[in-house]
Design a protein around this ligand. Structure first.
Ligand SMILES: Cc1ncc(COP(=O)(O)O)c(C=O)c1O
Length: 458
């Protein structure tokens, strides 16, 4: 394929002045980036004329697909009416007030006090500070440790990266900060279950590891436990059966705040409004972003239960925390319409359930492919484990090289999948049609065939 002058021009500009997030710049500048120029529905288009089915909904966020007329119009109308105002100093806007009220109808009962910000990482940092503030107000200032899990992803600010259990994003920045602790095993039965151990036994072992960590640190020093209902960016890992209720019980037993990071799992991704509902647990704190606006505007929130919010609301001291763009009116207006559309279209409801059923069936069917060791998923989330030997689960590579090869073949086959190590992920827009789901798996299978062909060639 020849590269057009336009693509070359954009690549030159990009290489001259642009540092990319989560990128090895040495490689990028040698190759040049793919240039995405437009998108509609579930498809993105690049500058070379390729139309690619976005199996990742951008970065797990485009619930309603691209180019939605309604959301675009709401953004435009709100920009004209109230392009900006802040929520500091005893002020609000109808958009922020209405959005908080709307989200409080979707969160579990009692989790109904919202503080807005613009990104998942900012919501996570807000939650960390509010947790510490809560325990200070409660007269328990020693309760400061926050326990997360190995391979968790909670963002890339200093707080988010400290909370994440991914050493590659910590060591180079001298993180994590003190007070952040990570427990293993990571709750993924396929990858970490012991031979002969049932899924329930594995779930119990994971929960016991949390309890042991709490006892090691001293419950009087532990402020909170955080988890993504389905681990996302660290490897798309659905929890083993019985895991979440056991974790919740342990948090309650030791009076530790239970925080569900819903940045990926929120707004219909797992079939309900939030992942905690899918797994039958009730957190004290939730963080949310991404699907909240379908990515049309940057917006996030931390939601607190009444228990956590009450001392903050009743305190005479200022909650000296917030951002210029906390609850930006345009972002809030888009979020309101986005949530209404998710409801009206039945995406949390019958249409979403039907799409999830078809998607999960298509995913499962990939297990007959010689390269696939396991598939797992929930709602419109799916993972594919690439293996050399299905019985022993031996991999082609210990370094994740197979995932990188497969990701390249996905693009060339017209579908976006993400790779972490030897695991491939799917997270398509919730509006994906039956025909598009079928097409998605035709393209994924083609990419798997091409990957296997390369691996066999050596
Ligand atoms: C669970 C979770 N928390 C937090 C974040 C950080 O969100 P953002 O990239 O918007 O800062 C992410 C991003 O993927 C996430 O998956």
């Amino acid at each position: 394929m020849t590269t057009s002058n336009y693509t070359r021009h954009i690549r030159e500009l990009d290489s001259a002045n642009h540092l990319h997030p989560f990128t090895t710049h040495h490689d990028l500048r040698a190759k040049g980036p793919r240039v995405i120029t437009r998108a509609e529905g579930v498809y993105i288009h690049d500058s070379e004329g390729n139309k690619i089915l976005d199996g990742m909904a951008g970065l797990w966020c485009v619930q309603l697909g691209y180019g939605n007329e309604d959301l675009s119009r709401v953004a435009y109308d709100t920009l004209k009416k109230l392009s900006y105002y802040n929520l500091f100093f005893q002020t609000t806007t109808p958009y922020a007030a209405e959005l908080a009220a709307l989200i409080a109808t979707k969160t579990p009962p009692g989790v109904n006090q919202l503080l807005f910000s613009s990104s998942g990482s900012e919501a996570v940092d807000s939650a960390i500070k509010l947790i510490w503030y809560y325990w200070n107000l409660m007269g328990k200032p020693a309760k400061k440790a926050i326990i997360s899990r190995q391979r968790a992803y909670h963002g890339s600010t200093i707080g988010g990266a400290s909370l994440s259990g991914l050493p590659f994003m910590q060591g180079i920045f001298d993180l994590p900060l003190p007070r952040f602790h990570h427990v293993g095993p990571t709750p993924c039965y396929y990858q970490y279950g012991a031979s002969g151990e049932t899924e329930r036994e594995f779930a119990h072992r994971c929960a016991k590891a949390l309890e042991d960590k709490i006892l090691e640190l001293g419950p009087e020093n532990v402020a909170a436990f955080v988890g993504e209902p389905v681990m996302g960016a660290g490897g798309l890992m659905t929890p083993p059966e019985g895991y979440w209720p056991e974790i919740e019980k342990i948090c309650r037993k030791y009076d530790i705040l239970f925080w569900s990071d819903e940045v990926i799992c929120g707004f219909g991704r797992t079939g309900n409004w939030f992942g905690c509902e899918t797994y039958g647990v009730a957190p004290d704190i939730m963080t949310m972003a991404k699907g909240m606006t379908s990515g049309y505007q940057p917006l996030s929130a931390v939601a607190l239960s009444e228990r956590v919010a009450r001392p903050i609301i009743e305190s005479n001291s200022e909650m000296a925390h917030g951002y210029t763009y906390s609850g930006h009116p345009v972002a809030c207006a888009v979020a309101i319409r986005n949530i209404e559309l998710i409801s009206e279209m039945g995406l949390v409801g019958p249409r979403g359930a039907a799409a999830a059923k078809r998607f999960q069936a298509g995913l499962k069917a990939l297990e007959d492919h010689p390269l696939v060791g396991e598939t797992r998923g929930v709602g419109l989330l799916g993972a594919v484990e690439l293996v050399k030997n299905k019985e022993t689960r031996e991999r082609y590579s210990a370094s994740g090289a197979t995932g990188v090869i497969c990701r390249g073949h996905c693009f060339d086959s017209g579908v976006v999948m993400r790779a972490v190590g030897e695991t491939m992920f799917l997270c398509p827009p919730l509006v994906i049609s039956d025909a598009e789901i079928d097409e998605l798996f035709v393209r994924v299978r083609k990419a798997l065939d091409l990957t296997l062909r390369d691996l066999k060639k050596g």
